[in-house]
Ligand binder design. Structure first.
Ligand SMILES: *[C@@H]1O[C@H](CO)[C@@H](O)[C@H](O)[C@H]1NC(C)=O
Length: 337
């Protein structure tokens, strides 16, 4: 989902026209959006995941603190890592859950202003409802912050940060061969093999061409996690090699209902889980190499990211808005591109 303002839409239209005029491409391309950095060249955003429970399970408390931190950091947009509506996505565009779990919950002024948009990918619970409804522009008409896509690119800057949003649910084979008593809406995804092959090709070419200083891939499912669901081996097999090959800086996800930061001893990529938007406290945490495990919180909360061309700060907050973990990294300007 993307919560999108008119200005951004115009920019998108303009860039689409430009791309259409000047770029000749033979690979299908992921849809692109543009968002300008602040006048001082910085950008800040919040990340929340696994949230839509009509305010219950501390969803409202997390939303309140997001509003306070959002104000403090003057956030440009909010990213949702998916599982937007529990238990089974939206039934249709008129499902009251859209208001009860989204519009009526994230009400703080800092989360409302015109050019704030929330961006998200669909989670497995969203795929158990009417997927077309969550992707529908009718929702954007009801709440202008909302626009939902399966996979797409957001270029912030220009060329400061590029966000690659990846539809990860179709990667998970178990949902297809052993759905238990769940019914998934696979319209537009089948045949699965083609869908995944095309998505990986589009992502590969977009990452190859990216000139952004910071590359960030966002999906719902984990690649690496010590939480309840653990690693998603399909993503470790098919997505991880691509993100490592193109020096992606961060993989951001939800799915495990916790806050987590894992570093890798194999590559500079950081794995950041922000899945504490509502129900948490699963109580089952698996052992992880302490050299890689930088932070784990089995509870509610969210993450903020502040960036410039040379520095990124990622901060995790608990349900009271307390800073639980902060991580800073920097790059030389000369190593740009
Ligand atoms: C809400 O948050 C508080 C503080 O972390 C926690 O003690 C409580 O169990 C949470 N409630 C639910 C329903 O998760």
């Amino acid at each position: 989902m993307v919560l999108l303002c008119q200005k951004t839409m115009l920019l998108t239209l303009a860039s689409t026209l430009l791309l259409g005029l000047f770029v000749v491409s033979c690979v299908a391309e992921l849809q692109r959006f543009e968002h300008a950095a602040k006048p001082d060249g910085s950008l800040s955003f919040l990340v929340v995941g696994d949230w839509g429970r009509r305010g219950l399970y501390n969803q409202s408390e997390v939303a309140l603190q997001m509003g306070i931190i959002g104000e403090k950091l003057d956030v440009d947009f909010i990213i949702s890592t998916g599982d937007n509506f529990y238990d089974n996505g939206l039934k249709g565009v008129d499902d009251p859950a859209f208001h009860e779990s989204f519009t009526d919950i994230y009400t703080a002024p800092s989360l409302q202003k015109q050019c704030t948009f929330g961006i998200s990918v669909l989670g497995n619970h969203d795929y158990r409802g009417n997927v077309e409804a969550q992707l529908s522009p009718i929702l954007t008409k009801m709440d202008s912050r909302w626009l939902c896509l399966r996979s797409f690119i957001l270029n912030a800057g220009p060329e400061m940060a590029e966000f690659f949003f990846v539809d990860t649910t179709p990667f998970v084979r178990r949902y297809f061969i052993d759905p238990e008593d769940h019914v998934y809406d696979w319209k537009g995804v089948l045949p699965r093999k083609n869908y995944l092959k095309n998505l990986l090709m589009e992502l590969d070419s977009a990452l190859r061409e990216s000139k952004a200083k910071w590359k960030i891939v966002v999906g719902h499912h984990t690649i690496k996690s010590a939480g309840h669901h653990g690693n998603t081996h399909e993503l470790a097999k098919h997505l991880l090699p691509i993100v490592q090959a193109y020096d992606v800086d961060f993989y951001i996800n939800g799915h495990d209902h916790c806050l987590e930061h894992i570093s890798s001893t194999e590559s500079p990529i950081q794995f950041l889980t922000s899945g504490g938007g509502s129900k948490a406290w699963r109580g089952d945490v698996n052992w992880w190499n302490p050299q890689e495990m930088k932070f784990y919180h089995d509870g509610q909360g969210f993450m903020s990211v502040q960036m410039t061309r040379t520095e990124v700060d990622a901060t995790f907050y608990d349900v009271f808005g307390n800073v639980m973990h902060k991580w800073t990294t920097s790059k030389q300007l000369s190593s740009a591109i």
